[in-house]
Structure formats: C-alpha cells, structure tokens
Design a protein around this ligand. Sequence first.
Ligand code: G
Ligand code: G
Ligand code: NA
Ligand code: MN
Length: 255
Amino acid sequence: FALETELRRAIEQDALSLAFQPLIDLATGAVSGFEALARWQVDGRDVPPNEFIPVAEESGLIRPLGRWALDSALRALADWDRQAGAPLPISMAVNISPIQIVSDNVAAAVAAALAAHGIGGERLVLELTESAIIADPDRAAQTLGSLKDLDATIAMDDFGTGFSNLALLQRLPIDILKIDRSFVTDMLVDRDKSAIVRAILSLAQALGMETIAEGIETLELSQLVGALGCTRGQGYYYARALNADEAWAYWRERP
Ligand code: G
Ligand code: G
Ligand code: NA
Ligand code: MN
C-alpha cells in the first residue's frame, strides 16, 4: 500500500511526467506523431510503468492518472504548436487502460481535454490493449463509438500478444494495429516471428487498417518492415522516449 499512497500523492501534486517516443512514417521517414508514456521518479529513481500502472489499476487511481495523461499529452502538443506558430502535422498517442474503457466515461474525459487545449480529435490516437475488449465487448464497442464521434483514431496496442479475436477486430472501429515488439525485434533471425509479422500485416491490409511495427532497433529492420508494407515504425533505432524539449527538438530536426 505504500506505493499506492505515494502514487496518489504524486498524481495530486502533478509529480508524474510524460516521455514522448516518436512514430515514423516508413514511406517518407517523417515523424508522424509521438506516443506519450507516463514516467514517475521517487527519490531520484525511476519507478517503471510496468510497476505503477498495475497499482493504479488495482486501486482506482488509473482514472485520475488517465485523465492526467490525456491532459498533459495534449498540453504538450498545444505547446509545440505554439512554438511552431502553427499546428504541427503530427498526432499524439495516449495509452488507455482497460479499466478506463469499462468503468470510466473516457469519452467525456477525452472531449474535455481536447477542448481545454484546442486540439482537434483527428490529432489524437488512443492506444488500447485487447484485454479491454475481451473484458466487456459491448461496453468497449460503445466507448470506441463515442471516441470515433470525437474523430479520434483507435490503435490496438501490443497486437498478437492477447487473444487477437478477429471477429471483434472486424466489428470494432479500430484504425491501427500496433505489432508487438516481441515479434518485430527478432524477426530477422526468427522465421516464426517473421511469419507472424507478415500475417498481421496482410490481415491489417485486408481489413484496411494501418500498421505500426514496435521495437525497431536497426536500420535493416526498419527497411524490412517498410518493404513488407508496414506504414509506421517505432523503436530505439529512431529514438527512445524523450522529454518534451527533446521531442520538440527531434521533430524540428526531422519534421
Ligand atoms: O515505455 P514503457 O516502459 O514506458 O511502457 C511500459 C508500459 O506502460 C507500456 O505497456 C505502456 O503502454 C504503459 N503505459 C505507459 N504510460 C501509460 C499511461 O499513461 N497509461 C497507461 N494505461 N499505460 C501506460
Ligand atoms: O506496451 P508498450 O508497447 O506501450 O510498451 C512500450 C515499451 O517499449 C516502453 O517501455 C518503451 O520504452 C519500450 N520500447 C520502445 N521501443 C523499444 C525498442 O526498440 N526496443 C525495446 N527493447 N523496447 C522498446
Ligand atoms: Na502503448
Ligand atoms: Mn505497445
């Protein structure tokens, strides 16, 4: 419970921060957007999201944390727009927990954050995992419909690691499949993983969805997934998750 108490205080005191990892358009090499990733330092030490996100989900703190992440990510985008003197042609991706899909009015929170920062919904990507949909498909369909009404883009995160329910995939308004990095990173040396990535890419193409390959760590890999028809890439080959100033500088050097 100590972590929960500290996390509650960190959210109240705005002591969390966001890091931004660029997403690259594989056809042009341009930055197509950033994924906002929550960061938390306690006594100078980074507590990884894989530790504090589950605590937030079990304690109910994921609702205020999720609203904080949406608000902070869109604030950063609005700041960059102001520095550029015009809206940047990029999107901001924010992670949404399954808990927010089934037990929070996430569409209302999204609408409020978009309005607060004057950002159009078409520049927001919401990343959710398959577990959100498996937990309550009807509720998920309703929530995703409300988010589409706000013009937001829906991305399925870590695709391939969950149940990959193809019927639900087809029924729900999902725009992008993010191929989990556990398949991508080793695909040059592992034929099975390579086959899985190719299968996901052809599935996405057949269903008219965009694709993002996670875990691109080398030039060779970025060229391979691009040649296979993947539309965007993300990974350490391009950049790790950057602080807001670094992300802005990255964009200016590589618009
Ligand atoms: O980059 P990394 O270690 O930061 O992220 C680890 C995991 O934590 C990823 O699965 C990522 O989706 C998740 N995560 C990071 N930030 C958030 C957030 O703001 N909300 C939710 N729900 N998950 C997040
Ligand atoms: O679950 P999600 O895909 O959102 O998790 C993102 C996590 O993956 C973050 O912890 C991020 O730091 C990490 N990550 C991003 N790019 C790479 C990469 O190229 N290689 C590896 N090993 N991890 C990455
Ligand atoms: Na994510
Ligand atoms: Mn992911």
